[in-house]
Design a protein around this ligand. Structure first.
Ligand code: OOB
Length: 570
């Protein structure tokens, strides 16, 4: 394999790959072929809904084929990378599928990312294009794309959803249906099929390092990921799947997500925000049967239903998947009584392994565990700090490998050294395996903050904080948050005679281009940062400290007021 993306990936060992093929887990189908198959005989059925836009399977296949050809016509080549930062919209789905068809590799950025993240992923991926909307709310994504293009040499093209300027590629034009004036190539659909063993797309890791890492997923592995998740979530052509989380995230994309729903012959409904008013109304209007939420979103939906008279009728909803961070047992127990649907807990990761409770599991399993692997080919070990296997019932670090868990990050040998041990991926989660095989997530030993399902690397935030000359030492730690589970508290030691406010820190990090969801919400200025005996910052002590400070008796002026920030994605 000599393509640029293949060179930076860590492939599965040959004999393992051969076994996955032989067992039929890897089918050697390019992913768009699965869509073509599901579209057959359903040409007039609605595949995709986005507000007033309704696209049938026939139209979807046509647009995807035409757009794939146009991507090549404008000068992109198979294996080129496009950083995709689009809100949940029909354009997201069509462009993603068109990339898959052409063998062009989308890099799944999130709408909340800013220059710091976009530049980093464009650089690592050596992207040739960036696809953005003009704006989301009051943020100018065109300007962001222009900055990325100015700073990253490989980026030559800006694709705009909305009104494109002369030097930009118009996505509305690129993604339009085929027409008689199209080139013969577009009509013939004669572009080469991508090799299913090659990179399909890059997902972003919610990892621990200073910069986001890319996870190369192949056609073969992601096809299997989607198939197993669809089976365990009971998807069929009757499925109406609501995309309420950011579509570029693995969970709503392929677990089983929008791709699973399309491949099952079901209908996908795109919604730009999981706000309960919109989401519940959409469930009623479109007859949504399944959707995915992070715990913070599920909690808002539950609270909203309990507090509101005259609600939309959401009885079509059969399954609510919840994952991304730990769903508290007490909340899990309220899903069926309040929302009237089956809860499916999902403990997954962009790096691969997906665990789910089964729809027919006893209520106790559904409400107190995070399920078990979706595939019998997933291997799991629970180990102690020395790497020794632990018996069931004892929490330890989870290691995993399998047919849809790649063996390394893209172009990241150092991170691979730490996160992959002899082919096993170590996610940094502390997990107990019960005798019935179900997993319970107890915590983690990785240095991240999980803010309502959005992962924040402490190191990434700390490294930017050091730009403030007043700060001598900094530590970002998780603090309890009633709605998001965790928030970010920044501890700092100041240089002699200096002072600083939370607002100054937030402004500095914003100016550095950090995504808003990663900004600290509380600042604690202390005389000495506690250290462990081996000379590392004692984050456990700091987490306990902030917990104490937040107890009702103690008051603090430094907590950031986040009201108004809660309409968007968590
Ligand atoms: C999902 O993927 P990522 O890549 O954003 O984050 C993975 C990490 C896990 O290692 C774990 O720390 C945490 O998120 N996590 C959970 C969890 N689900 C994910 N922690 C506790 N309980 C859960 N149910 O978050 C993701 C990807 C696919 C499907 C679902 C979630």
């Amino acid at each position: 394999m000599t393509t640029p993306t293949a060179e930076g990936t860590v492939p599965w060992p040959e004999e393992t790959a051969a076994r996955y093929r032989q067992e039929g887990l890897w089918r050697d189908l390019p992913l768009h072929a699965v869509l073509m198959e599901s579209a057959k005989g359903r040409e007039d059925k609605v595949a995709l809904v986005d507000g007033d836009v309704r696209i049938t399977f026939g139209e979807l296949v046509d647009r995807v084929e035409a757009a794939a050809a146009r991507l090549l016509d404008i000068g992109l080549r198979p294996d080129d990378r496009i950083v995709l930062q689009l809100p949940n919209s029909w354009q997201f789905a069509v462009l993603t599928l068109a990339c898959f068809r052409a063998g062009i590799v989308p890099v799944m950025a999130l709408p909340g990312h800013r220059l710091h993240e976009m530049r980093a992923v464009a650089e690592v991926a050596e992207a040739r294009a960036v696809a953005v909307p003009e704006r989301i709310k009051d943020f100018d994504h065109r300007r962001l794309a222009q900055q990325v293009a100015e700073e990253v040499a490989s980026v030559e093209m800006i694709m705009i959803s909305g009104t494109a300027q002369a030097d930009e590629v118009s996505l509305d034009d690129l993604l339009r249906p085929s027409a008689s004036e199209d080139s013969p190539k577009e009509k013939a659909g004669g572009i080469p099929q991508p090799d299913p063993d090659l990179v399909l797309m890059f997902l972003l890791s919610g990892g621990t390092t200073g910069m986001p890492k890319l996870i190369a997923r192949t056609h073969n592995d992601y096809d299997y990921n989607i198939r197993e998740c669809s089976r365990v979530s009971g998807l069929s052509e009757d499925t109406v799947y609501l995309v309420a989380l950011p579509a570029g995230h693995n969970f709503p994309l392929g677990c089983p997500g929008l791709l699973g729903a399309l491949f099952a012959g079901g209908t996908v409904v795109m919604l730009s925000s999981p706000h309960p008013v919109k989401a519940l109304q959409t469930i009623q209007n479109e007859g949504v049967t399944v959707t995915a939420a992070v715990p913070a979103v599920a909690q808002r939906w539950i609270d909203y239903v309990e507090e509101t008279a005259d609600l939309p009728d959401i009885s079509s909803l059969k399954v609510l998947q919840v994952g991304g961070s730990r769903f508290p047992d007490e909340l899990a127990a309220r899903v069926r009584p309040v929302l009237g649907c089956t809860l499916q807990q999902v403990f997954g990761m962009a790096e691969g392994l997906i665990n789910m409770t089964r729809l027919d599991d006893p209520e106790e399993v559904i409400t107190t565990t995070q399920g078990r692997p979706v595939s019998s080919a997933d291997d799991i070990r629970i180990v102690d700090p020395l790497g020794q296997d632990l018996p069931d019932g004892q929490p330890g670090s989870i290691l995993t490998r399998g047919p849809y868990t790649p063996r390394g990050y893209y172009r990241a040998p150092e991170a691979n050294e730490r996160s992959f041990v002899e082919g096993w991926y170590s996610s940094g989660d502390i997990v107990e395996r019960r005798p019935d095989g179900n997993l319970v997530v107890h915590g983690r030993d990785k240095d991240i903050i999980n803010r309502g399902g959005e992962k924040i690397s402490a190191e990434e935030v700390e490294s930017l904080v050091y730009r403030l000359s007043a700060i001598e030492m900094a530590a970002a730690v998780a603090m309890p948050d009633p709605s998001l589970g965790e928030g970010l508290c920044l501890y700092v030691k100041l240089r002699e005679g200096e002072n600083i406010t939370l607002e100054q820190v937030r402004t500095e990090l914003t100016d550095a281009g950090l995504a808003p969801f990663k900004l600290p919400e509380r600042l604690e200025i202390i005389d000495e940062i506690p250290m462990t005996r081996v000379g590392k910052i004692n984050k456990k002590a700091l987490r306990e400290d902030v917990r104490r400070r937040m107890e009702p008796s103690s008051t603090s002026q430094t907590n950031y007021d986040r009201e108004g920030e809660r309409d968007g994605h968590p």
